[in-house]
Design a binder for this molecule. Structure first.
Ligand SMILES: NC(=O)C1=CN([C@@H]2O[C@H](COP(=O)(O)OP(=O)(O)OC[C@H]3O[C@@H](n4cnc5c(N)ncnc54)[C@H](O)[C@@H]3O)[C@@H](O)[C@H]2O)C=CC1
Ligand SMILES: O=C(O)[C@@H]1CCC=N1
Length: 278
């Protein structure tokens, strides 16, 4: 795992300016990247205008215009449209030989290479939305042609949080299931804790403040400690106390098995997204 480094300075073209692109663009600019070097293609006028207004980046309706002259392409469209988008860029991919970084769940480097016309330097990256705050984490896999340029991809993504190199591409679906989708699991837990606190009589503002700082504090302890989550949990859990009552309820309800099933389902969906868009 590499730590965050100073922002990337080479021109980069984002193809797709939706939620994840916005998090990455915002994170890069907050870390000092030059907005003029970030060219964004986004067909939805309102999204395009918001990106130009909020970040001062040049925006384009068509991917073909955004990638012109850019040596790094960040493909940030949905898996279901990736094939069509790559096809529309294939002639420029052959002419410009860019480093093509895809953040799409499931879509393989082999598919991307084929759709871009063959011989493409492809990196699969799986970031997550905390990138917006420089607090993301990204798994990265490079195909053979991109291996000499792996550091360039890692430098770009490390502007928005640490990166983890993945050598076995099949593991990218598990990365997606754990950290790509992971923020949603934490938000779901936050929703559930807040609702439960309110059910016990807390007002909404108090419940939210208690939940947010508890998640932040626990995550900060996990990051700063050499000790396992299980050890940190044990320190909160007084024998016969309140935590034990809650943890036993979670265990009896099958929380671990439920989490395992959820992550297996997300991993499997990644595989399906690849197969369905073949
Ligand atoms: N949202 C997340 O937390 C994460 C998403 N991803 C991946 O990022 C990709 C984008 O996801 P989101 O940002 O959530 O989706 P999104 O739907 O918010 O963004 C995709 C954008 O692509 C645009 N688009 C569609 N056709 C286009 C074209 N031909 N040229 C240029 N832009 C086009 C859409 O208008 C849309 O704004 C997906 O492949 C997803 O798997 C990866 C990691 C995390
Ligand atoms: O839900 C999805 O498919 C995307 C990939 C990881 C997070 N969002």
């Amino acid at each position: 795992m590499s730590d965050a480094t100073p922002p990337f300075s080479a021109p980069i073209a984002f193809v797709g300016g939706g939620n994840m692109a916005r998090s990455l663009i915002g994170g890069l600019i907050a870390r000092g990247a030059d907005p003029a070097r970030i060219r964004v293609a986004e067909p939805v006028p309102a999204l395009r205008e918001a990106l130009a207004r909020d970040f001062g980046v040049p925006v384009f309706e068509r991917g073909e215009d955004a990638v012109e002259g850019a040596q790094v392409w960040l493909l940030a469209v949905k898996p279901q449209v990736m094939r069509e988008v790559c096809g529309s860029l294939a002639a420029q991919a052959r002419a410009q030989a860019p480093l093509a970084i895809s953040i799409a769940a499931g879509i393989t480097a082999g598919q991307l290479d084929r759709w871009l016309g063959g011989g493409a330097a492809v990196v699969r990256a799986m970031p997550n939305t905390p990138a917006l705050l420089g607090a993301g984490i990204t798994g990265l896999y490079a195909n053979d042609a991109a291996r000499p340029r792996f550091d360039q991809a890692a430098e770009l993504l490390s502007a928005v949080g640490p990166t983890v190199r993945i050598d076995d591409e099949t593991q990218m679906d598990a990365v997606t299931a754990v950290s790509g989708s992971g923020p949603a699991y934490v938000f779901l837990l936050a929703e559930a804790m807040q609702q439960a606190g309110e059910a016990q009589g807390l007002d909404s503002d108090a419940a939210r403040a208690l939940v947010v700082q508890t998640l932040l504090g626990a995550a900060t302890m996990l990051r700063g400690s050499e000790e396992s989550a299980a050890t940190l949990r044990a320190r909160v859990t007084s024998p016969g106390g309140t935590t034990q009552a809650a943890v036993e309820t979670f265990e009896a309800g099958g929380l671990r098995e439920l989490v395992a099933r959820a992550i297996a389902a997300a991993t499997e969906r990644g595989r399906q997204l690849s197969a369905a868009n073949e």
